[in-house]
Write a protein that binds this ligand. Structure first.
Ligand code: 4AD
Ligand code: MG
Length: 477
């Protein structure tokens, strides 16, 4: 006998004589009906126990959370709510689950409680759906790049340069923290450390990805990145996964086209392959919304939102236009924003980004051509001398989901910029080499993977879309 999955059996339209299945009990009702789940689908299969011919002790051990092995027959269901069910012939308890101690009882649990039990939370429908979608999105991302001629590149996790300036870094050191070797002037002597220099966890693989784009043409990274900022928000993690494509001979317009096509492609993949999970999450959101005042409820359901993004063009707006819109907006005039936009050059806060996407344009927005001094050193300076070829993609409910740019390919301009920002040339000699030997226009962007998973699942807190979130004061599991 072959071991079946719940997904296989639920999609079977014929009765099957001898089937065998293993999974975990979600509920056991009337000493008769087991709802069994094995992770293969959001749906449970109903297993009907012949309780008159099953011993008392076994029946008592069929509790929520227990692992069981069932042999039986797949038949058309007698009851409502499912088309097929299993008539149980034999049942083995593989692993008991103490009914009074098991934390994941069949009732509504708060997300806070489930975060404290993150090792068990994928035993709920919500978290199993989220994590199946996370897996599916990862696959769709690799599929997209593979089908479009990109090479997957692994950039280092430990980095010897801290020049990117994308955020505070976590130090990597093998020195004795209590008693480190010191230099003559009393500072920690990193020359004696493992790598002979100061090293950190990477904040981005971009600079290394650029080196490969300038020989392999089209590359991407998809790996963990780390930022030690103390941002305790629902959209920041200290450890998150980032997708960073980098393409030679591509300018900013091409970069926007790529990002838009890519986002649409991965979202349509899950619309095609994960409908059961999406429908479940959509209903969960509808229930949650019922508790909110009418004005705060969203106009579109989850699936409608995903389809909207797939079917409509992203709105492309320059930073300068955006500032005009914001300056003239109601919340700015009525001083409702925490940061009032007064003049050109102001950095945009997430409240401004969300106003633009959610209230003004009501669709995904690509903002481009930002002021040079609020963006990173490597971005291509425009002819106006004050803006750079940067682009951020803003999504409803999320804010910034992608950040990218055309890169500065001119050696002299890049060197000047680094000098102005006190970035040592010695530290980035290899990065400058790209501009010395066969330099060319090139561009790329970074997509925060968890923000994409938030959007695709409708989850409101980034801690609930990664298995074990790392945030300030929290590294459990
Ligand atoms: O805008 P960022 O900082 O851009 C870069 O790191 C560039 N090197 C990317 C590139 O051009 N190759 O980060 C890119 C994206 C953001 O738009 C956001 O979605 C996500 O990464 N992100 C975070 N996600 C979760 N937690 C954090 N602390 C994040 N910081 C950035
Ligand atoms: Mg950014």
């Amino acid at each position: 006998m072959k071991l079946h999955t719940v997904a296989e059996l639920l999609s079977s339209d014929i009765t099957l004589q001898d089937i065998e299945i293993k999974g975990w009990v979600r509920t056991f009702r009337a000493n008769r009906f087991i709802a069994l789940n094995d992770g293969s689908t959001i749906n449970n299969i109903q297993c009907v126990v012949d309780f008159e011919n099953t011993d008392e002790v076994t029946l008592k051990r069929i509790t929520t959370g227990a692992a069981i092995h069932i042999k039986g027959e797949l038949v058309e269901s007698q009851g409502k709510g499912q088309s097929v069910e299993i008539q149980v012939k034999t049942i083995d308890i593989l692993g008991d689950s103490h009914p009074d101690e098991y934390p994941i009882q069949p009732k509504k649990h708060s997300f806070e409680f489930l975060r404290e039990n993150a090792h068990l939370r994928t035993r709920t429908s919500t978290f199993s759906a989220v994590m199946r979608l996370r897996s599916s999105l990862s696959f769709a991302i690799h599929k997209y790049f593979n089908e479009n001629g990109f090479y997957y590149m692994h950039t280092p996790i430990i980095t010897g340069s801290d020049a990117e300036g994308a955020g505070e870094m976590f130090r990597v050191s093998a020195l004795d923290a209590k008693n480190p070797p010191l230099t003559e002037d009393g500072k920690v002597n990193y020359k004696e450390d493992f790598f002979g220099k100061e090293t950190n966890l990477t904040v981005s693989g971009q600079l290394e990805a650029e080196t490969y784009a300038m020989s392999l043409g089209k590359v991407y990274t998809f790996g963990p990145t780390f930022r030690a900022e103390n941002s305790n928000t629902s959209r920041h993690l200290a450890e998150f996964w980032m997708i960073e494509p980098e393409v030679a001979f591509m300018d900013l317009a091409g970069n926007m086209d790529l990002a838009e096509d890519f986002m649409k492609s991965v979202l349509s993949y899950v619309l095609e392959h994960n409908m059961d999970d999406l429908k479940f999450l959509e209903n969960r959101l509808l229930d949650e919304e019922k508790t909110k005042p009418q004005a705060e409820r969203s106009e579109m359901s989850l699936i409608e939102k995903l389809k909207f993004v797939v079917d409509n063009n992203f709105k492309r707006v320059s930073y300068t236009e955006a500032i005009d819109i914001l300056r003239n907006s109601k919340p700015n005039k009525k001083k409702k924003f925490n940061y009032i936009i007064e003049e050109w050059g102001a950095d945009l806060q997430s409240e401004h980004e969300r106003y633009l996407v959610e209230k003004h344009f009501k669709c995904p927005v690509i903002l481009f051509d930002y002021p040079a001094n609020i963006k990173a050193f490597y971005m291509r300076l425009n002819e106006d001398g004050k803006t750079v070829r940067a682009m951020d993609i803003l999504f409803p409910g999320i804010g910034e989901i992608v950040g990218g740019s055309q890169r500065e390919e001119r050696l002299d301009v890049l060197k000047e910029k680094m000098k102005a920002l006190d970035i040592e040339e010695e530290e980035l000699w290899w990065y400058l080499d790209l501009r010395k030997y066969g330099t060319a226009v090139h561009s790329g962007f970074g997509l925060g993977f968890e923000r994409l998973v938030m959007f695709a699942t409708g989850m409101g807190n980034i801690r609930d879309v990664i298995p074990y979130p790392r945030t300030p004061q929290n590294a459990e599991f």
